[in-house]
Design a protein around this ligand. Structure first.
Ligand code: ATP
Ligand code: MG
Length: 254
């Protein structure tokens, strides 16, 4: 199961979902690899990696054909591993420009690792450029975090047409697993009505029942370089992500 966590809108919770969904699946006993495919390197930072001090990153896997196994770092949490990124990845777009196999770089680099993990989860950058296309082409499933603010659905048709383009032009079918409503606040009336609009747009089957509420422990854990499962396992935020992980796991076996 290879899941791309994607939404070209910035700051909706892609990285937070990647880190904490992955950690929750690891706590459930699965072997999980996080792939940081964002030049911001936020999921690497959020899992305690000093991104300034890396010899090899996902950039080398994509551009220099460095084996993914050479860049993977185990996390403090058992069963959790990460292929980190840093700002060097921002050069990948131009450096791959003349490479005819550019949409397939990540898929090729993941292939030898697939059998070693139960879940591979890819944190995408906030764009629909070549990195996100690489993530979709490498994935079996997509998870899309959405913040229920105004404009939440703006741009969704662009994401959908990218998925269709990958299917038609690159002949890779990826399943739309579901939308994660993030930063949900039940005291804000607008959140309930936007959530309803999201359910109508995607259908209820494609929206996870587990919603992630706004919770200050979430950014706090990231600043400490830990998943919520490690930083505050008894906090409601840890329980929300655990519920999401169980739902993902159930859908994975559908
Ligand atoms: N449920 C939440 N409660 C509180 N803070 C949150 C929650 N989800 C995310 N955040 C915080 O909001 C900020 C943006 O979240 P995150 O980095 O996960 O979004 P992103 O979609 O990955 O952003 P980008 O598009 O820049 O990659 C982060 O500081 C994160 O800690
Ligand atoms: Mg991010």
């Amino acid at each position: 199961m290879i899941i791309a966590v994607t939404n070209q809108k910035g700051g909706v919770g892609k990285t937070t979902t990647t880190i904490n969904l992955s950690a929750s699946l690891a706590v459930l006993g699965y072997r999980v690899l996080v792939i940081d495919l964002d030049p911001q390197g936020n999921s690497s930072d959020g899992l305690g990696i000093n991104t300034n001090k890396l010899d090899n990153t996902i950039y080398d896997a994509l551009v220099n054909d460095t084996p993914l196994s050479d860049i993977i770092i185990p996390n403090q949490l058992k069963n959790l591993f990460i292929a980190p990124a840093n700002i060097s990845l921002s050069g990948a777009e131009t450096e791959l420009a003349s490479d005819i196999s550019r949409p397939f770089k990540l898929r090729k680099s993941i292939r030898p690792e697939i059998s070693k993990y139960d879940y591979i989860i890819i944190d995408c950058p906030p764009s629909l450029g070549i990195l996100t296309v690489n993530a979709i082409v490498a994935s079996t499933d997509l998870v899309v975090p959405i913040e229920p603010s105004s404009y939440a659905l703006k741009g969704m048709s662009m994401l959908m047409s990218t998925i269709l383009k990958v299917k038609d032009d690159l002949e890779h079918y990826v399943r739309f697993m579901g939308v994660v409503i993030n930063m949900y606040d039940e005291t804000i009336a607008l959140h309930a009505s936007i959530t309803q609009a999201i359910i109508e747009y995607f259908t209820a089957r494609k929206v996870f029942n587990s919603r992630i509420c706004r919770n200050p422990k979430i950014p706090e854990a990231e600043i400490h370089g830990q998943s919520i499962q490690q930083y505050a396992p008894d906090n409601p935020a840890a329980r929300m992500f655990m519920a999401l992980a169980k739902e993902v796991d159930k859908k994975a076996n559908d």
